[in-house]
Ligand binder design. Structure first.
Ligand code: SAM
Length: 313
């Protein structure tokens, strides 16, 4: 992982916002408008709800929540609403308990938008729990076709099964399995790899991450992500789509992983019309297809930090 010399500016920002200095000196290299970014990370992130169209249409849900005093705003995705006023916790309404919506950041929904699923397809979700993206895929497929959802952590796999039941999803099979074993499952039309990562993008939700991870963690994640992405591409039918996403800002976990694996296996990165263009270089590394990958920043897109790459196998 690339570390950069500490500077008086970086050290001052690290002190002001309570970060490890190595992390801020890296942000200065790859995050636009760092001070605005650090400021925004201090505020509570905008809450988003994703309407579960398997059970409820967007207008009916918005009307029901409006009667309870919620103020909602339409986003770029038809199923996703930003919560502007929340008179009670959006996770404690009857509609939530009934599975009429799921609490999910807009950026997370963008990974499913990029996957472009169609009715009747065979889809692999390689790192699936607690199921936010799986359940969105299921609703976009109108509960048709088949989704195989992998999760090695038993507790997380169980909570995922509960979410699938609450949302009325019945085209999905949850397997307690490591994504690296996916090759034995055959070939899929669509593969989502929402990879385990260092979670730099969710610092606004979990400020302990300002100081809790070390440079070695980014290297560890990056190596595991490259192995998982290689497996994802190999599990995709020729001409199928793979979406790779993380909630990290680190180029080693994002553009660098995509560059290494697509270079090795010959997949190409397709443009996707949301977020900002990814990096085309970092340090002495050049990313040929970096501009086609997408980054989501809290201060620019009002989302948690996120990275999405749409690959064609
Ligand atoms: N896609 C999920 C959603 O939208 O709700 C979030 C997934 S979270 C970013 C990453 C998940 O990958 C975690 O649940 C973690 O337990 C799981 N994981 C870790 N190592 C894995 C591996 N080798 N194969 C598959 N999943 C793995």
């Amino acid at each position: 992982m690339l570390l950069f010399p500490q500077s008086p500016r970086g050290d001052a920002l690290a002190r002001k916002y309570g970060y490890d200095p190595w992390l801020v000196s890296r942000f200065l290299q790859y995050v636009p408008d760092v001070e605005q970014f650090l400021d925004k990370m201090e505020s509570k992130p905008t809450r988003y709800i994703r309407v579960n169209t398997l059970k409820m249409d967007t207008k009916s849900l918005a009307d029901r929540l409006a009667k309870k005093g919620f103020e909602l705003r339409q986003t770029a995705l038809p199923e996703v609403l930003a919560v502007e006023k929340e008179p009670m916790s959006a996770g404690a309404t009857t509609e939530y308990m009934l599975g009429h919506y799921y609490l999910q950041d807009l950026s997370s929904c963008m990974a499913v938008e990029a996957l472009d699923v169609q009715k009747g397809q065979k889809v692999l979700d390689m790192a699936a729990a607690p199921g936010g993206k799986t359940t969105f895929i299921a609703q976009r497929m109108q509960n048709t076709g088949a989704i195989i959802a992998l999760e090695p952590n038993e507790k997380r796999a169980r909570s995922m099964a509960f979410n699938l039941a609450r949302l009325g999803v019945f085209n999905t099979c949850v397997c307690k399995m490591d994504g690296l074993e996916a090759a034995k499952l055959g070939k899929f039309d669509r593969v989502l790899l929402d990879a385990p990562c260092s979670c730099e993008g969710v610092i606004a939700k979990d400020p302990s991450r300002k100081t809790s991870h070390a440079p070695e963690d980014v290297d560890y994640c990056s190596a595991r992500q490259a192995n998982l992405l290689e497996t994802a591409i190999k599990a995709t039918k020729l001409g199928g789509v793979v979406v790779y996403s993380t909630c990290s800002f680190a180029p080693e976990e994002n553009e660098a992983v995509v560059e290494t694996v697509t270079g090795k296996l010959g997949a190409r990165v397709e443009p996707f019309g949301h977020g900002s263009a990814g990096l085309d270089s970092f340090g002495d590394k050049k990313f040929r297809m970096g501009k086609n990958t997408r980054r989501f920043y809290p201060h620019l897109h009002d989302t948690t930090g996120f990275f999405v790459a749409r690959l064609r196998a």
